[in-house]
Design a protein around this ligand. Structure first.
Ligand code: TA6
Length: 315
């Protein structure tokens, strides 16, 4: 079984503009849509749309849980969130204009998680995660969610011999790496943050990726946004160049990438190049869609052919 853990779920409120967002101007909204937010939730969408069993868990606010749950269930996601009473799930406002320059995202902090809720999630993972299960932690932890609480979740997965997939940043990612996760996927800025220095060339990135692999992380992916990614796995390092697409909304691309990667790794955890190729293609497909969690598997099949994977180094 695969579990996706979104500690800070969100409802994405997407404002669609027919013009370019401009300061000091009354920017008119053409229409508003709502979609899934929170990051690991997107991973569940990919897995469910591919017919791969998975459970979406984490924390959700009582008051507006129906919106997010219905969005997820409409995409065949099995939801088992810890509902925190008296709270409202945060909103992430995404502005998509017709500049083709990417979206604007303005995200609420979300509610603080009680000790009771934390323990309920710990118990869920402790009782259900089995050996080799993937557990995907993605998205920023809630306000004041301590490193200790975060680490306890990861340790629970490790104790059950589950495989940790992490899409996090800063001290949360640094802590996760101490537990030899199966993979990490920082972007280039988050990667330089965790290594503690600026990196200016591809080989400088590769050198730092090597160290992380030697410390026990199985797969290191450094996301470069539109430029693709750098991948380190076992003895090899790859540069991945994505297909050229007409971007509509980049929101959710990184999350859908993780979903595609986990989907392929759950089927065959040795063919990394196939997994990366698919993840890159499905992420590109997402970029051509307005919604945060929309993509097209048929389009992904076509885009896979345009992904370029080059070997750029070895251990
Ligand atoms: O990556 C896209 C997205 O998941 C949006 O849908 C929005 O919900 C936001 O990121 C949440 O990110 P955060 O890091 O605040 O959990």
């Amino acid at each position: 079984m695969i579990y996706t853990v979104t500690l800070n779920t969100a409802v994405d409120k997407i404002l669609h503009l027919n013009d370019v967002l401009t300061r000091k101007k009354n920017n008119k909204i053409d229409h508003i849509t709502y979609d899934i937010g929170g990051k690991a939730t997107h991973v569940s969408v990919v897995l469910s749309q591919m017919g791969i069993p998975n459970i979406a868990t984490g924390f959700i606010g009582e008051y507006n849980q129906a919106i997010l749950i219905s969005l997820l269930e409409n995409k065949d996601v099995q939801c088992e969130f810890i509902v925190q009473k008296g709270c409202k799930t945060r909103e992430s406002t995404v502005v998509v204009d017709n500049s083709g320059q990417g979206s604007f995202m303005i995200t609420e902090a979300g509610f603080e998680i009680t000790e009771n809720s934390k323990n309920r999630l710990l118990d869920k993972l402790k009782s259900n995660v089995k050996e080799k299960d993937f557990v995907v932690f993605a998205g920023s932890p809630p306000k004041n969610y301590s490193i200790e609480s975060y680490t306890k979740l990861l340790q629970t997965v490790k104790k059950n011999k589950g495989r940790i997939a992490i899409d996090a940043a800063r001290e949360y990612l640094i802590e996760a790496m101490k537990l030899q996760p199966f993979f990490i996927k920082p972007n280039e800025f988050e990667f330089q943050e965790i290594v503690g220095k600026p990196l200016n060339t591809e080989q400088e990135f590769v050198k730092e990726m090597k160290k992380i692999l030697l410390e026990g992380t199985d797969l290191v992916i450094v996301s470069l946004g539109k430029r693709g990614s750098l991948v380190g796995y076992k003895d090899y390092f790859y540069r991945v160049t994505p297909p050229t697409i007409k971007e509509v909304n980049d929101t959710g691309c990184g999350d859908v990438f993780v979903g595609g990667l986990v989907a392929k790794l759950s089927e065959n955890d040795r063919n990394i190049k196939e997994a990366i190729r698919f993840a890159t293609a499905i992420s590109a497909s997402k970029a051509t869609h307005h919604q945060s969690s929309d993509f097209c598997l048929k389009q992904t099949d076509e885009l896979e052919k345009q992904v370029i994977i080059e070997t750029i180094g070895g251990m």
